[in-house]
Design a protein around this ligand. Structure first.
Ligand SMILES: Cc1cc2nc3c(=O)[nH]c(=O)nc-3n(C[C@H](O)[C@H](O)[C@H](O)COP(=O)(O)OP(=O)(O)OC[C@H]3O[C@@H](n4cnc5c(N)ncnc54)[C@H](O)[C@@H]3O)c2cc1C
Length: 313
């Protein structure tokens, strides 16, 4: 059952976009690396700034629940789905422009693409991102990182569409220092859409950077599982590793229905094709419980939960 507000919202959208562009009941599992989760009431791919400029005032006016999805590589969407409107940036938002040591990457640019392009241009400092299957927008929100670095190390500014305050400017340029970037955390809100990030990188040596990319890809293949997962499930507690704690607690291979703690890396949960988000939640709950019993440490999920009654476990 969709509310009157939603019906009005849809009517207005249908006046602005071709009807076939607005997908109803769209299966979100197709947009996540876990491959689980129910539908969104509406889904729209935004390919250009022109489309965005049409969409944003409508979104502000109706303030329907919104989810901006990147590559869905850090999301667990409930089996019931998301009772709101989902957008994904695409097309011109995937562009990456390099000028001297400044890189402008669209919100939908894929991190491995940015890592390879910058390395190929003789810039260093973004190699860490080659194995992170997210977008720039998702990486800003999560302050993604790895191999001793993170986005905060090179981010200087982001362009954001702010849907929260009617009357205020829709577009903001936010300096990285105002984003509260810390370990897998930023101040980006559900009502912010990251449209572009500006990075400052160092002049490096193309060959050295490409060797590093190669080494990172090799390391990931050797140490991380493939299949349907969303990378590290829990953040690392200060001075320790979540994977180590889970492994010592004897949980490698622990399974609920379609979801298991990976036997290769204990901080990954793998899901079978056609699996259930609820199984992943149950595995997470059990892991937290058992790690608390064994180590007296409470693990904190890195995964973003969508469409569940509570955002926490
Ligand atoms: C195999 C694997 C390995 C991984 N390794 C790492 C790793 O080494 N380090 C690491 O940090 N992470 C890792 N991850 C997790 C994930 O890739 C990162 O968190 C990534 O930054 C998420 O980007 P995304 O585009 O997929 O975001 P999504 O998962 O789609 O979304 C994550 C959050 O960002 C928000 N969001 C997405 N796009 C935008 C936007 N344009 N504007 C505003 N908000 C937005 C979403 O609403 C959501 O809140 C891994 C995941 C996998 C599957």
């Amino acid at each position: 059952m969709i509310s009157e507000n939603f019906e009005q919202f849809l009517k207005t959208l249908e006046d602005c976009f071709p009807v076939e562009k607005i997908r109803r009941n769209f299966p979100l599992r197709k947009l996540t690396t876990y491959g689980v989760g129910g539908p969104a009431v509406f889904f729209l791919k935004v390919n250009s700034f022109t489309e965005l400029e049409i969409l944003l005032p409508v979104l502000r006016k109706y303030s329907v629940p919104l989810l901006v999805i990147g590559n869905g590589s850090n999301l667990l969407i409930s089996d019931e789905g998301f009772k709101g409107f989902v957008i994904q940036l695409s097309g011109s938002f995937e562009e990456v422009a390099i000028e001297n040591t400044t890189v402008r990457a669209g919100g939908a640019a894929k991190l491995p693409v940015v890592a390879r392009k910058t390395a190929n241009s003789g810039l260093s400092g973004f190699e860490w991102a080659v194995g992170v299957p997210g977008t720039v927008g998702g990486a800003v929100r999560m302050n993604a990182g790895g191999h001793g670095s993170d986005l905060a190390a090179s981010l200087t500014e982001v362009k954001v569409a702010d849907l929260s305050t009617e009357g205020a400017d829709l577009f903001k340029l936010v300096p990285a220092s105002d984003l509260g970037l810390s370990y897998r955390h930023s101040l980006i809100k559900d009502t912010d859409i990251v449209l572009e990030a500006t990075l400052h990188l160092d002049i490096g040596e193309k060959e050295k950077s490409e060797d590093l990319l190669h080494e990172i890809v090799r390391w990931r293949r050797e140490n991380q599982p493939g299949g349907q997962n969303s990378g590290s499930v829990f953040t690392n507690p200060e001075g320790d590793s979540a994977g180590r704690l889970i492994e010592i607690a004897g949980l490698k291979g622990f399974t609920v229905g379609s979801a298991s703690v990976s036997k290769k890396h204990a901080n990954f949960i793998q899901v079978e094709e056609g699996g259930k988000a609820q199984d992943v939640r149950e595995v997470m709950k059990k892991v937290i419980e058992r790690v608390e019993e064994v180590h007296s440490v409470t693990l904190v999920p890195e995964t973003v939960f969508v469409g569940f009654e509570r955002d926490s476990l």
